[in-house]
Design a protein around this ligand. Structure first.
Ligand SMILES: CC(C)(COP(=O)(O)OP(=O)(O)OC[C@H]1O[C@@H](n2cnc3c(N)ncnc32)[C@H](O)[C@@H]1OP(=O)(O)O)[C@@H](O)C(=O)NCCC(=O)NCCS
Length: 342
């Protein structure tokens, strides 16, 4: 038994006062898939898909555009924008639901290929909220001193688990990778995260079967590789209304008002959800809205960093501006925060 008088008081680490996103980067698969091509697989039309989702095209990865390849490319792209060697990255967080090895995590291989030798590396599974979950964790790690620079990457090959003949999802899901380097800052650059889950609604977006179930089945009940099934309409309503309240709380917690927001970059789930949230939040008309979904589709954890990267590259958004980000999806899970753009 320890004697209170002699037992040591543990030292704890303390980090930077503040953190911020230092750079973002992305990788978009080569192949664009048009609505016309989608309509060869489902009974639909270009007009229906555009009106109901805002999607004109999406990117589907080819065999060589693996999770690892796309994540490394996105990470390198982000790192190329700042003066930081890969060896200075202390932790790599990969958010994905389409890495099909339960072990090892893909993060260790990505860290090694990037040259972030010895960095702490792990995967998280928070679906379309994964990027915002990762940024929240990176912010905490930097401020508590367990890491100085953290690479957060959202990467998906949703086309691998999309049933190309399912009218409810075939036109929606896509592939890609988006990355952010998070590091110390002299001023606050990442507001408090507002995050949570609602497991009572887990069945709204789920796989047709667990991988082990599908693998064990033989004979007439045999299932092909599991695919995503979504009860689209309840998800749509949850995303449009409940998530607007979460985004409003994120602004509140960061101490900013709607008129102080410059850029709105929510998860690119459906353009109608983006527009409904924008209206519910009463953001001013001058706010730049991410519409990356139009040509990229819904890339889950990759969608927010890809959207931010596109807005910065096109000059629609600028470094130092205040952006509201929010991710939400299967779980159900959600996370939102106000950030300063890199
Ligand atoms: C998937 C989604 C675009 C469907 O749009 P919706 O307006 O909810 O459409 P519904 O499912 O209510 O279907 C409306 C009608 O279109 C039809 N329809 C459904 N899919 C169709 C398709 N691909 N092409 C043409 N018609 C279609 C339906 O049969 C229905 O017809 P009916 O009115 O005659 O019965 C929308 O629900 C959505 O985006 N949901 C949320 C997605 C999301 O955020 N996911 C987050 C996790 S990443």
């Amino acid at each position: 038994m320890n004697d209170a008088a002699t037992s040591p008081t543990l030292q704890i680490s303390r980090g930077a006062d503040y953190s911020r996103i230092l750079a973002v980067g992305g990788y978009r698969p080569r192949r664009s898939v048009t609505n016309a091509e989608i309509c060869t697989m489902i009974d639909s039309s270009d007009e229906w898909i555009q009106t109901r989702s805002g999607i004109k095209e999406r990117r589907w990865a080819e065999p060589d555009e693996t999770i690892q390849m796309m994540a490394v490319a996105a990470g390198r792209h982000a790192l190329s924008k700042i003066d930081l060697a890969p060896g200075q990255i202390d932790a790599v967080i990969i958010s994905t639901v389409t890495h099909f090895h339960a072990t090892p995590a893909i993060a260790t291989r990505i860290a090694a290929e990037l040259g972030a030798k010895g960095a702490a590396a792990f995967d998280i599974s928070a679906a379309c909220a994964g990027f915002c979950y990762g940024v929240a964790m990176a912010d905490s790690m930097i401020r508590t001193g367990t890491a100085r620079h953290v690479l957060v990457i959202g990467v998906e090959r949703l086309s691998d688990i999309t049933d190309k003949h399912d009218r409810g999802t075939a036109f929606l899901f896509a592939d890609g990778a988006g990355a952010a380097v998070v590091g110390p800052s002299e001023t606050p650059g990442i507001g408090p995260v507002v995050w949570g889950s609602d497991g009572d609604q887990a069945d709204l977006i789920t796989q047709t079967a667990a991988f082990d179930e599908a693998a064990r089945q033989v004979g007439p009940t045999h299932q092909d590789f599991p695919t995503l099934r979504m009860d689209g309409n309840p998800v749509f309503r949850w995303a449009s209304y409940t998530m607007a309240k979460v985004a409003a709380e994120a602004m509140d917690r960061a101490g900013v008002t709607p008129d102080q927001i410059d850029v709105f970059a929510p998860h690119q789930a459906n353009l109608r959800i983006v527009d409904a949230m924008f209206r519910a939040l009463k953001l001013p008309e001058r706010v730049v809205i991410a519409r990356d979904i139009e040509y990229q589709g819904n890339t889950s954890a990759a969608s927010i960093p890809l959207a931010i990267d596109a807005l910065l590259a096109s000059g629609e958004a600028h470094s130092g501006q205040i952006a509201l980000i929010i991710g939400f999806g299967a779980g159900l899970v959600y996370a939102g925060q106000v950030i300063v753009l890199p």
